[in-house]
Design a protein around this ligand. Sequence first.
Ligand SMILES: Nc1ncnc2c1ncn2[C@@H]1O[C@H](COP(=O)(O)OP(=O)(O)OP(=O)(O)O)[C@@H](O)[C@H]1O
Ligand SMILES: [Mg+2]
Length: 229
Amino acid sequence: MSDFIAQLIGLGHQYKGVPEIFKDVTFGIEKGSFHFLTGPSGSGKSSLLKMLYLGLKPTWGSLQLFGEDTLKMQSRLVPLLRQKIGVIFQEFKLLEHLKVVDNVALPLRVRGVDAKQCRKQAQELLEWVGLGESLDVYPPSLSGGQKQRVAIARAVIAQPELLLADEPTGNVDDNMAMKLLYLFEELNKRGTAVIIATHNPRLIERSAHPHLTLTEGTILQLPKCTVLS
Ligand SMILES: Nc1ncnc2c1ncn2[C@@H]1O[C@H](COP(=O)(O)OP(=O)(O)OP(=O)(O)O)[C@@H](O)[C@H]1O
Ligand SMILES: [Mg+2]
């Protein structure tokens, strides 16, 4: 069995009508690893995470995910691979017609966990992120920071093999950011590989994980606390 959850080789992406955003991204995500993903605004962090979630096809290069060659595999495998991934999008992507508690419970529901157990686990997580009073409200009535915490609870509830978090602390205060970092680290200790795209230097400084930096169309792998100016 490979120790890699994902292997990206010479990966590039170009949106129609604009120059390529990255052209030669090569790195591997090992089981149980933890990386920050940094880089200037517009360097392609969100696009790279979307690619790992199979929401965006590479224009060139290859992407192996959970042992599958994603460019050659059958499309019916996409939802099966996605079930192994927890994702926090920069724009949250909550389901507006579902209550907060049901949004969070969704990954358990699709795995066949019974409704009562789903609600119990979703409630516990929501209380932990300070949203115990908002179980039965609908996402449109929440603030940006509250939506972000719902998205985080939904992404971690099923203990995915890979967690992709795009600016997960972009809308919360420092105390909550550190609490969320603790949540990601606990999940990581239980075996989840974690990638956090962030501009938040405090998050990076507070922890001992290496980071990947997108710059000039390629990726650099840096050890802990090496900061590119
Ligand atoms: N759907 C799209 N169509 C065309 N161009 C796009 C699309 N999505 C993103 N881009 C462009 O691709 C580049 C990379 O965007 P992306 O959102 O991946 O960057 P980012 O590193 O996440 O930025 P930020 O730090 O601001 O979140 C930007 O120049 C952006 O304008
Ligand atoms: Mg982004």
